[in-house]
Design a protein around this ligand. Structure first.
Ligand code: C2E
Ligand code: MG
Ligand code: MG
Ligand code: MG
Length: 290
C-alpha cells in the first residue's frame, strides 16, 4: 500500500466514524424527545397454553419515529442502555403496562391476564428500582401478581445478594419473575438454585432448532425436567409452526408464545383477538383452541 492509498483509506474510515457518531447522536436526541412526543407504544404478544388459551401477554416496545418509521427495539435499546435513557423509557414501559393491566382488570373477560415487561439490566441495577415499581403499581391500581418482570442473565451478573434482595422485595408484594432467553447467556445452575424465580423462558434459538438438532431437543427436555423439580413455570418463545409445537407438547411444555399463535399486536387488535372478534390473516390459532 503506498502513502496516498493509506491516507485515503484512513480518511474514509474517519468520515465513516464521524457519520456513524452523528447518526448515533441524532438517534439519541430523538430518543430523548420520544416519550414526550408519544412515539413509543407497546405491541402485546399473547402467551398461551397448549390448548390456545391466552393467559397473558408480553409487552414489546415499538418506536414510531417521525421520519424513519418503525424502529425495532434491538436498534435503539442498546443505545438507550448506554446513554441512561433506558431509565425514563423503562419507567414509561412500567407505567403503560400497569395502566393496561388495571384496565383489563375491569372486565371479566380480561381480568385473568398477566402482563410481562422486559426489564433491562441498567434499569434493574438502579438503587430505587424496587420503590419505583411499587409506586407505579400503587398509582395504577393494578394487582401486583399480574405483573411479570422479565430479566436476562446480564441483569443477574451483579452481587447476588443484592439481586436476591431486590427480587424478594417485589415478590413479597406478589410480583413474579421470569428469566428471559434462558440458555443463551451464562446461566449456571447456581442462578436457578438461589434466585427467587417463578418462570423460565426457553430461548427461541432452541425452539427453532428443535426439529433439526437432537441436542436442542435434549436441552429443552432437560430444562423442562429441571423446572418441574424447582417448581418453575416454563414458557417456550418463538414457536413458529405446528411441528415445533407438537414436539414441545410431546416433551411436556405447556406454555408458549410465537408467530404460530400470534405476532405481537397493537392493543386494539389484541383486544379484538381476546374478545373473539378476530379475523386478521396473521393470527392463527392452534387447532385445539378453535
Ligand atoms: P425478547 O424479550 O426475548 O422478546 C422476544 C422477541 O422475539 C420479540 O422481538 C418478538 O417480537 C420476537 N418473536 C416473538 N415470536 C416470535 C417468533 O415466533 N419468531 C421469531 N423469529 N421472533 C419472535 P422484538 O419485539 O423485536 O424485541 C426484541 C428484544 O428487545 C426483546 O427480546 C427484548 O430483549 C427487547 N425489548 C423489547 N421491548 C422491550 C422493553 O420494553 N424494554 C426492554 N428493556 N427491552 C425490550
Ligand atoms: Mg422478553
Ligand atoms: Mg426472550
Ligand atoms: Mg431475546
Amino acid at each position: 500500500m503506498n502513502n496516498i492509498t493509506g491516507v485515503v483509506g484512513i480518511s474514509i474510515v474517519i468520515v465513516m466514524m464521524q457519520s456513524d457518531m452523528k447518526a448515533r447522536s441524532t438517534l439519541e436526541s430523538d430518543m430523548r424527545l420520544a416519550i414526550a412526543r408519544g412515539e413509543y407504544h407497546f405491541h402485546y404478544q399473547p402467551q398461551v397454553d397448549i390448548a390456545g388459551r391466552i393467559l397473558g401477554v408480553e409487552a414489546l416496545l415499538r418506536w414510531n419515529h417521525p421520519t424513519r418509521g418503525n424502529i425495532p427495539p434491538l436498534e435503539f435499546i442498546p443505545l438507550a442502555e448506554e446513554t441512561g435513557l433506558i431509565i425514563p423509557m423503562g419507567a414509561w414501559g412500567l407505567r403503560t403496562a400497569c395502566a393496561q393491566l388495571a384496565e383489563w382488570e375491569q372486565s371479566e373477560l380480561t381480568s385473568h391476564l398477566t402482563v410481562s415487561v422486559n426489564v433491562s439490566a441498567t434499569q434493574f441495577r438502579q438503587p430505587d428500582f424496587v420503590q419505583e415499581v411499587k409506586t407505579i403499581l400503587l398509582l395504577s391500581g393494578a394487582t401486583p401478581s399480574k405483573l411479570k418482570l422479565e430479566l436476562t442473565e446480564t441483569a443477574l451478573a451483579d452481587d447476588m445478594d443484592v439481586v436476591i434482595k431486590k427480587m424478594n422485595a417485589l415478590k413479597d408484594i406478589g410480583v413474579t419473575w421470569s428469566l428471559d432467553d434462558f440458555g443463551t447467556g451464562f446461566s449456571s445452575l447456581n442462578l436457578l438454585k438461589r434466585l427467587p424465580l417463578d418462570q423460565l423462558k426457553i430461548d427461541k434459538s432452541f425452539v427453532s432448532d428443535l426439529l433439526s438438532d437432537k441436542r436442542s431437543l435434549s436441552i429443552v427436555n432437560t430444562i423442562l425436567h429441571l423446572s418441574q423439580n424447582l417448581n418453575l413455570m416454563v414458557i417456550a418463545e418463538g414457536v413458529e409452526n405446528e411441528k415445533q409445537l407438537a414436539a414441545l407438547q410431546l416433551i411436556g411444555c405447556q406454555f408458549y408464545q410465537g408467530f404460530l399463535f400470534s405476532h405481537p399486536l397493537p392493543i386494539s387488535e389484541l383486544n379484538d383477538l381476546i374478545e373473539g372478534r378476530v379475523a386478521t390473516g396473521y393470527i392463527r390459532r392452534h387447532p385445539e383452541s378453535v
